[in-house]
Design a protein around this ligand. Structure first.
Ligand code: NAD
Ligand code: UGA
Length: 435
């Protein structure tokens, strides 16, 4: 099949690379610089195993362009995978999706299936349909088309593996023809279950899943705070809870709060949708508040132990919102480091992939943060250290050496990644979350 993908971010690019194993795929972005990079075989994001897939298909079944007109004209199935960032009030900013819908209406030349892969408010498929129809009427032309909702569930850092082995494929459509075509697009997933439903339910499944996972994290984070007060250990509590198959052991790692471009944005967007429909999602609202509180409590924990932070130098490992990604959108590190600076601390940081993005997001704090070339440089002559992201490579650090580099061997492990480390237990003052 000939498939066009609009938007070459995390979702569009990875969808494109995977589909190009089975179809001819052209990916389009209106960011010319990004398209030029991709055409020079430079991948603009850091994502495990993506380069292998990209290099295998580039120029054979995977192409890049900034010409949306040609993309729409030449492809039978067009995916929309542009961003849906938050507005001031938390609702999703739909201008990019609507802009693509207008382009489709302005350039459609035959029957097409338009697939919405972006995370969008419930009812968007119908709005996209009406925008395309309106544009066709302006052109005084008419072509049949169908709009399908096909939300994406990949996680950054694990995106290729997630997309190769999804738990389910959700297809929302009222058209038998479009559902048949989508089944053909995904026919290579011979063992994956499909949920076929209407567009509204498909759109809701996406928000409902993200909000549920965010709520699960906030729940364990709040319990972690209580565990600290009553002498319980949240790691054992999560283990004991997770063994119950009805609960499951995933997304029960307590930490300094969830971040990223999705949970914070999608929980707020869902509560806004509820508000507009005269409903109140009390649980999701509570999960949002608890997440903000978790970041605040993480800073308080440090101040409670250290006292005045004025003139203290703090070594920070990890900036990205989770390991194995360069993405710092809504990362807890942004909030926590700003608060530490406000208390008068100087910060030294190291992150394997996230420093460039963190630096421009924290441009106002350039004089307060020293960006280092490795973990050891970041910890040298620091009063104590904090781990904010549990990068795999931090596991192999030489803590005997780190003990000598630090002024005092104090570790705030806000991801509980070193909880079981015997050397740290015996040689450091160790502070985790909920333990
Ligand atoms: P992103 O911001 O990384 O990428 C979006 C891309 O779309 C950008 O490259 C931008 O230049 C391009 N774009 C915007 N308007 C365009 C237009 N008119 N024509 C062509 N290109 C245009 O976004 P992302 O992280 O890939 O997310 C995309 C959507 O998928 C969002 O709705 C998000 O919530 C959802 N989602 C993201 C993830 C994730 O892990 N990042 C996972 C599942 C779902
Ligand atoms: C999340 C979902 O997991 C994906 O299914 C979804 O497709 C995606 O959002 C999206 O809609 O964009 P992602 O944000 O990439 O994926 O990363 P997660 O692994 O879900 O982690 C999100 C945040 O939760 C991170 O800050 C992570 O540190 C935190 N987290 C996760 C915890 O604090 N504890 C946990 O047990 C798990």
């Amino acid at each position: 099949m000939n498939i066009g993908i609009v938007g070459t971010g995390y979702v569009g690019l990875i969808t494109g690379c995977i589909l190009s194993n089975h179809h001819f795929v052209t990916c389009c972005d209106n960011n010319r610089e990004k398209v030029d990079k991709l055409n020079n075989k430079e991948i603009p994001i850091y994502e495990n195993n993506l380069d292998e897939l990209f290099n295998k298909n580039f120029g054979k079944s995977l192409f890049f362009t900034d010409d949306i007109k040609e993309l729409i004209e030449k492809n039978d199935v067009v995916f929309i995978s542009v961003g849906t960032p938050p507005n001031e009030d938390g609702s999703a900013d739909m201008k990019y999706v609507y802009e693509v819908a207008r382009s489709i209406g302005q350039n459609i030349n035959a029957y097409k299936v338009i697939v919405d892969k972006s995370t969008v408010p419930i009812g968007t498929a119908k709005i996209v349909k009406s925008i395309i129809e309106e544009e066709m009427l302006n052109r005084k032309v008419w072509f049949e088309f169908d709009v399908v909702s096909n939300p994406e569930f990949l996680r950054e850092g694990n995106a290729v593996a997630d997309m190769m082995n999804p738990d389910r494929i959700v297809i929302g459509s009222e058209s038998k023809k479009a559902i048949g075509i989508m089944k053909d697009v995904y026919s290579f997933y011979d063992k994956v279950s499909m949920v076929i439903t209407n567009t509204e339910s498909a759109e809701m499944i996406k928000y409902a899943s993200n909000a549920f996972l965010a709520t699960k994290i906030s729940y364990i984070n709040e319990l972690a705070l209580l565990c600290e007060k009553v002498g319980a250990n949240v790691i054992d509590v999560a283990k004991g809870m997770g063994m119950d198959k009805r609960i499951g052991n995933k997304f029960l790692n307590a930490g300094c709060g969830y971040g990223g471009s999705c949970f914070p944005k999608d929980t707020r967007a869902l509560t806004e949708i509820a508000k507009k429909n005269d409903c109140e999602l009390l649980t999701v609202n509570a999960a949002i508040t608890a997440n903000q509180n978790q970041r605040k409590k993480s800073v308080e924990k440090i101040i409670n132990v250290i006292g005045d932070l004025k003139d203290k130098t703090i070594g920070v490992l990890g900036l990205s919102f989770k390991p194995e990604t360069d993405d710092c959108r809504e990362s807890p590190s942004l909030y926590i480091i700003k608060e530490l600076i406000k208390c008068g601390a100087k910060i030294k940081v190291y992150d394997p992939e996230g420093m460039e993005e963190f630096k421009w997001r924290m441009a106002d704090y350039l004089n307060d943060i020293h960006y280092c070339r490795c973990e050891y440089e970041a910890l040298e002559e620091c009063d104590f250290m904090i781990v904010l992201t549990e990068w795999k490579q931090f596991k192999d650090l030489n803590f005997a050496m780190i003990k000598d580099l630090l002024r005092e061997p104090i570790l705030f492990d806000l991801r509980n990644m070193f909880y079981n480390d015997v050397y740290i237990k015996n040689n450091f003052k160790y502070y985790g979350i909920g333990i």
